[in-house]
Design a protein around this ligand. Structure first.
Ligand code: THU
Length: 160
């Protein structure tokens, strides 16, 4: 039997089509690119998360002279939230970037490793995380759950 996976997401022309809370979160992600440490790739990624207590926390990629040791913005942020706010769920996360090599006017999407970490967080708290993706300008994509970004993701229940 053939089966199919598909999901719906919003594709908006620009930030002005977001509601005020999501637009604020995206602006904080754009600002967070300034805290990236990316001397090797020059690709600065910023992420901002809205927590269930209303607080906004930011993260950015932090590279290493030993390249694979570096960490993406999304996992910097998740690890920070997990350590500082272990009792809060994440309602939404915005991700943006800045790079001298491109116009930064298209969304980027989290890497596979970050998708797993994001999914881990959704499963841990049983709460969907809305993901908002955009460059510095241009279209914005809004995905309602990390499950959509990682079909057949490993949820760890078999480890119990
Ligand atoms: N990077 C992120 O921080 N998040 C992503 O979703 C994709 C890639 C970082 C890793 C590395 O520091 C730089 O961007 C170039 O890959």
């Amino acid at each position: 039997m053939k089966q199919q996976f598909s999901f719906e997401f919003d594709y908006l022309d620009d930030i002005s089509h977001l509601d005020i809370k999501d637009a604020d979160l995206l602006n904080k992600a754009i600002q967070a690119t300034k805290t990236a440490f990316a001397p090797y790739s020059n690709f600065k990624v910023g992420a901002a998360a809205l927590l269930s207590n209303g607080q906004i926390v930011i993260g950015s990629n932090q590279e290493s002279a030993s390249y694979p040791v570096g960490i993406c913005a999304e996992r910097t942020l998740l690890n920070s939230i997990g350590s500082q706010f272990p009792n809060e769920t994440i309602l939404s996360m915005a991700i943006s970037y800045d790079s001298p090599k491109t116009a930064c006017n298209e969304p980027i999407s989290p890497c596979g490793m970050c998708r797993q970490s994001l999914l881990d967080y959704e499963n841990r708290y049983q709460a969907a995380i809305k993901i908002i993706l955009a460059g510095k300008t241009g279209p914005v994509m809004v995905v309602k759950s990390v499950k959509d970004l990682l079909p057949f993701g490993f949820d760890g229940s078999v480890l119990k």
